[in-house]
Design a protein around this ligand. Structure first.
Ligand code: PRP
Length: 184
């Protein structure tokens, strides 16, 4: 029988997810954090794990290249991919927030927003009747308000450390995010 192909998002949730898989009987002995290998077969030969950039997991699942995916709901929502969220794995808990240097920035007639999640950002400001122009960035979005490229960011916050260390505060909380098992 062919193994199930599981696309797992690279990044900080990997260790927790592998622990979860081990508990359910799927052990990926060959995996170690510093490895650059992208494909692993579990010891029962039932699951082939492929490590994928988080933003790409919904695409692999939608296109049928992976049977199931494990990735944060943030990436599923942003991708608008045609996939089903089967299970909340209760890992990678974080939330979408709007953050900036201070609350007064929200009084502007038109906001400039930097985000890795332009679809989420645009939807939020549209729903709230706020005019906003969104600049898509691929990381280190906290820089944008600091250097004056944007008024606010829409991003995920886990511990809050990145915001704090860059002098930004939460202006609005959007929604809670966790890691989800998804399939087509
Ligand atoms: C994510 C997110 C924030 C940070 C939040 O970035 O975009 O920058 O983590 O985590 P915290 O609240 O625990 O500080 P990531 O680490 O993926 O890096 P990136 O800037 O390259 O996107």
């Amino acid at each position: 029988m062919q193994p199930i192909i599981l696309a797992l998002a690279k990044g900080r949730t990997v260790t927790g997810i592998l622990r979860l898989l081990r508990k359910t009987g799927y052990d990926f002995d060959g995996f170690h954090e510093k490895s650059r290998k992208l494909v692993f077969l579990d010891s029962t030969n039932q699951i082939q794990l492929i490590f994928v950039k988080a933003v790409d997991v919904p695409t692999y699942v939608e296109k049928g290249a992976a049977d199931i995916g494990i990735v944060g709901r943030d990436n599923i929502l942003e991708s608008q991919a045609d996939v089903y969220e089967m299970l909340d794995l209760k890992e990678g808990k974080c939330k979408f927030v709007v953050a900036g240097k201070n609350k007064s920035v929200l009084q502007k007639n038109r906001l400039t927003v930097a985000s890795k999640y332009p679809f989420i950002a645009n939807s939020f400001f549209q729903q709230n009747g706020i005019q906003a122009e969104t600049i898509k960035l691929n990381g280190s979005v906290e820089l944008a308000p600091i250097i004056g490229m944007a008024d606010v960011i829409v991003d995920i916050m886990e511990t809050g450390k990145t915001l704090q260390e860059n002098g930004l505060i939460v202006l609005e909380e959007l929604e809670d995010i966790t890691t989800r098992l998804n399939y087509k």
